[in-house]
Design a protein around this ligand. Structure first.
Ligand SMILES: Nc1nc2c(ncn2[C@@H]2O[C@H](COP(=O)(O)OP(=O)(O)OP(=O)(O)O)[C@@H](O)[C@H]2O)c(=O)[nH]1
Ligand SMILES: [Zn+2]
Length: 441
């Protein structure tokens, strides 16, 4: 009991990353600034996605969104915390809207578009199809799959306009790789490359944040304020959302949860300021933050972790990590809500369908329009900071995890291999991770 109390104190004693006491007035004033036409600007420079990432033949690389950030202020009402909270609220509302099938306005400095994700219900899409000037925005990676890349070279996304009016079938043919074998593309009028921070580029970013297919219908709007019934989002806010969510993580729950083989275990939950995606830290045994601690960053895998799927090695790695930590007497497993390397469960199932057609795990992501790996590791680094842990011995075969943690100021004193015997169903997956993803087996 004394040990548990001491550990709880250690967790509480680490500096809070974000405290949002009394932000109401500031948030209202920031929202007003935005609504009244003043662009919100983050203090961070915006990283652009690497052009080479995910293109066949190039090794997987770090997600360039996942850049280092300055240390949090310990002030309970730091302006940056309030700005993050306001940004998260705006984008979270946009995510909810599009998942409900309602259009939102996305605007950059130069332009504004009304958008709906390609997966929106046909009835609501029909409203956008009827407007003039509409197009379909796809990621550059999806454009490459469709053979449109030369026209979009150097861009993050493309806006495709058709010769005929847009229809549900034409949209599905462009956006859904499961239909790639079903006949030719619709006749195209133009393919325009756009930047990630353009209104159209951010529209596809919003579809990704909503864990939908990365494709959207966009219609130009001369004046975004004409669309009074819709949410208006800044492209820059969408681009910054994941990093702001990570910066705003704070601990919201803690309990003792004895596990089979690791009875002295506690689970701590972390939540971002918009009440969005929560991550958990699983603390096994007596964690002493003063020493390099055996640590695992484990990305959620519903199929492997929970169902025991044989398509991957996640279940073995999850249980094996807990076992190794219990054997050592201490360890921290960060269970990160990054299903399917960050593309979400539904898209991972689509990727599996494509793998059954012959694509490997990286190319299947590409067919869908995603990068090889869409994860960022700032959430993990911030959770470690909350726990007061600066040095880790990292259980992983993935060098990008080591690199990413180091970039966020965590001292990875050792990489501890985390290899399990393959089975006939995951052999190709593991072989691809080693050959193309740079994993060390
Ligand atoms: N998109 C996609 N995701 C997959 C596939 N197979 C497994 N995953 C996901 O990949 C992630 C694997 O996470 P980890 O085991 O933490 O990471 P890792 O990159 O394999 O590195 P290690 O630390 O060596 O295990 C989980 O989120 C799985 O859901 C696949 O074929 N496609
Ligand atoms: Zn898995």
């Amino acid at each position: 009991m004394a040990r548990l109390a001491a550990r709880a104190w250690r967790v509480r004693a680490s500096p809070p990353i974000n405290s949002r006491q009394g932000p109401g007035i500031m948030i209202v004033s920031l929202l007003f600034r935005f609504r009244s036409g003043q662009e919100y600007h983050s203090s961070e420079p915006f990283g652009m996605t690497s052009k080479t990432r995910g293109v066949p033949g190039f090794p997987a690389s770090l997600n360039s969104l996942d850049r280092p950030v300055t240390q949090p202020s310990s002030s309970p009402t730091a302006l940056s915390d309030l700005q993050d909270a306001a940004l998260l609220t705006r984008v979270a509302r946009g995510i909810n809207e599009i998942r409900l099938g309602a259009p939102v306005v996305v605007r950059s400095d130069r332009e504004a578009v009304l958008m709906l994700p390609a997966e929106a219900p046909p009835e609501t899409l029909a409203g956008l199809f009827a407007r003039p000037g509409g197009g379909v925005v796809l990621t550059a990676r999806r454009a490459a799959v469709l053979g449109l890349l030369p026209e979009a070279a150097g861009s993050e996304a493309v806006v495709v306009r058709l010769r005929e009016p847009l229809t549900e079938a034409a949209l599905a043919r462009l956006a859904d790789p499961c239909l790639d074998r079903e006949g030719p593309l619709p006749a195209l009028d133009s393919v325009e490359g756009v930047a990630a921070l353009s209104a159209a580029g951010a529209a596809v970013g919003l579809a990704k944040l909503a864990r939908l297919l990365p494709a959207a219908v966009v219609v130009p709007l001369p004046d975004p304020l004409e669309e009074t019934a819709t949410q208006i989002l800044a492209a820059a806010d969408i681009h910054e959302y994941q990093m702001a969510a990570a910066r705003s993580l704070r601990q919201v729950g803690e309990a003792r949860v004895p596990l089979a083989g690791a009875e002295d275990t506690r689970i701590l939950a972390f939540r971002p300021a918009d009440g969005g995606t929560e991550h958990v830290a699983i603390l096994v045994g007596e964690v002493d933050p003063a020493k390099p601690i055996l640590t695992r960053l484990h990305s959620e895998c519903f199929t492997g972790d929970l169902l025991g799927s044989l398509r991957c090695d996640c279940g073995d790695q999850l249980r094996g990590a807990i076992e190794a930590m219990a054997a050592e007497g201490a360890g921290v497993l960060l269970y990160l809500a990054q299903e399917g390397r960050g593309i979400g469960l539904v898209n991972k199932l689509r990727a599996y369908q494509l793998q059954d057609q012959g694509f490997d795990t990286l190319d299947a992501n590409g067919q869908l329009g995603f990068d090889d790996d869409e994860r960022i590791y700032l959430p993990a680094a911030r959770m470690l900071a909350h726990l007061g842990i600066a040095q880790v011995r990292l259980l992983t075969n993935n060098p990008l995890k080591v690199e990413a943690l180091a970039r966020h100021g965590v001292d990875v004193v050792e990489r501890v291999p985390h290899v399990y015997a393959p089975n006939p169903h995951n052999l190709r997956y593991l072989e691809t991770k080693a050959r193309r993803g740079g994993h060390l087996f």
